[in-house]
Design a protein around this ligand. Structure first.
Ligand SMILES: [Zn+2]
Length: 437
């Protein structure tokens, strides 16, 4: 995969698989020109689908009106939400009106950094009861533009959790049910933070691409819309999930070339959208759990992402400059990223719990694995979040995950509705586990 870097392809590295001892497979989105280049270099390509046609189909499934512009829109939420993907405006409206409908439960958090296109973003905190000593859980969605469904998952999760609490009823997702008493425990013992649409400029750009333009590249947008990073006619934008302050300078699995799909930006947290995520951790120090929702791959990923984990040598850690340049190659003895055995046990156990809840919905399992997978990365949200307490001992330790839902970036909305159930079950399970600790 490193040998493929020179083509600057849009590869789904976390979905890469080893097929045989000397054979690997990685999905990607290639232009016809890139197909020719890669084939000419001797690689084997299998064209899975014509993504221009997929884009034309999926864009029909974006809502054309703002269904949640008024508070009343949320009372009929279930019937409305199943009709298609939410727009960036709808996500904002849903949050604002959720607070208006449930002012005793929901705090609207205006995030301090406007996006490059001047959008204001919100997160919410949901809590009930009077317990002042509680941990927080934060869920984020749609950091990557084309991964629309993360926002839909987050809004469904919020509405369902609050409705179950209000009506003292069980929270049911397919074959997985959380009894009313568990729902109550979650909201009375925990702060539930949700930031459903980290990259609204990107989502808007992707959802409003012009199918008649002869190219679907706009639909498959990944980065934000930072206009200052355009070089000549090349594409602007920064990969927000390579812009966090964790080994940012290392360039492991990132690029300093603005035209790259994994362009890391001019500095860690150069982008308003990633700073908005950081703001939540700086402002709400009780957050102890974090899930960043992406697509795709059917994966629940835990730290670390830069190298293989090891539990024996604390000196081999991301802060130690003696190992600069040695990180990021897999299955060698040069370096392994230290994780205390106890943390590893906890982080895997919680991931297994999430997977069990998810699997109970309709019988499909996700794969729980270390996020390094086959392709090391740096400057991602989950590693930054878990590193905060190591960098500064005053910070609370935050167990951090990335969930890669589904089997394509934008599933048909009928399938997205099933995925919403699965991921909401996993999120609820993590809250239940966190509320009991
Ligand atoms: Zn993503």
């Amino acid at each position: 995969m490193r040998a493929l870097d020179k083509f600057e392809l849009d590869l789904k590295s976390r979905a890469a698989r080893q097929l045989a001892v000397d054979r690997f497979m990685v999905p990607g989105i290639l232009t016809e020109e890139q197909v020719r280049q890669v084939e000419a270099a001797g690689y084997t390509l299998e064209i899975v689908s014509d993504l221009s046609l997929v884009a034309e189909e999926r864009v029909q499934e974006v809502s054309h009106v703002n269904r949640f512009a008024e508070v009343a829109g949320l009372s009929g939420f279930e019937k409305r939400a199943v009709l298609g993907y939410m727009t960036a405006d709808e996500v904002e409206s849903a949050l604002v009106n959720l607070q208006a409908l449930h002012p005793d439960l929901v705090t609207l958090i205006e995030l301090p950094n406007r996006t490059w296109e001047n959008r204001v973003s919100h997160a919410v905190r949901v809590r009930a009861g009077t317990n002042m000593d509680r941990a927080g859980v934060l869920f984020t969605g749609s950091m990557h533009a084309r991964e629309w469904g993360g926002s839909d998952i987050c809004i469904n999760f919020l509405v369902n959790l609050i409705n179950a609490y209000r009506s003292s009823s069980a929270l049911t997702y397919g074959g997985k049910s959380f009894p009313a008493a568990q729902v109550r425990t979650i909201l009375e013992n925990l702060d539930v933070f949700v930031f459903p649409d980290v990259n609204p400029d990107g989502k808007h750009y992707s959802q409003t691409y012009n199918p008649n333009s002869g190219s679907s590249q706009g639909f498959w947008w990944r980065k934000n819309r930072n206009p200052n990073t355009a070089v000549g006619a090349s594409s602007p934008g920064v990969d927000l999930n390579r812009n966090f302050d964790f080994l940012w300078a290392s360039e492991i699995g990132t690029s300093s070339s603005p035209s790259s799909f994994t362009y890391k930006g001019q500095s860690a947290f150069s982008e308003p959208e990633s700073r908005n995520v950081k703001y939540l951790f700086d402002t709400y120090p009780n957050i102890g759990y974090f899930v960043d929702i992406h697509s795709y791959g059917g994966l629940i990923l835990y730290n670390w992402g830069d190298d293989n984990n090891q539990t024996t040598d604390p000196g081999q850690n991301f802060l130690n400059p003696a190992y600069n340049g040695k990180r990021g190659s897999l299955n060698d003895t040069l370096y392994g990223e230290f994780i205390p055995a106890q943390d590893k046990e906890t982080i895997v156990k919680l991931a297994d719990h999430m997977n069990s809840a998810l699997a109970a919905v309709r019988g499909k399992n996700y794969t729980v694995q270390q996020s390094v997978g086959l392709y090391p990365t740096s400057a991602t949200s989950d590693d930054y979040v878990f590193s905060r307490h190591i960098v500064n001992g005053l910070n609370r330790k935050v167990y951090a995950y990335t969930i890669e839902f589904g089997e394509e970036f934008v599933p048909p909305f009928s399938e997205m509705n099933n995925i919403i159930q699965e991921i909401c079950a996993a999120m609820s399970e993590l809250c239940w586990a966190a509320a009991g600790t």
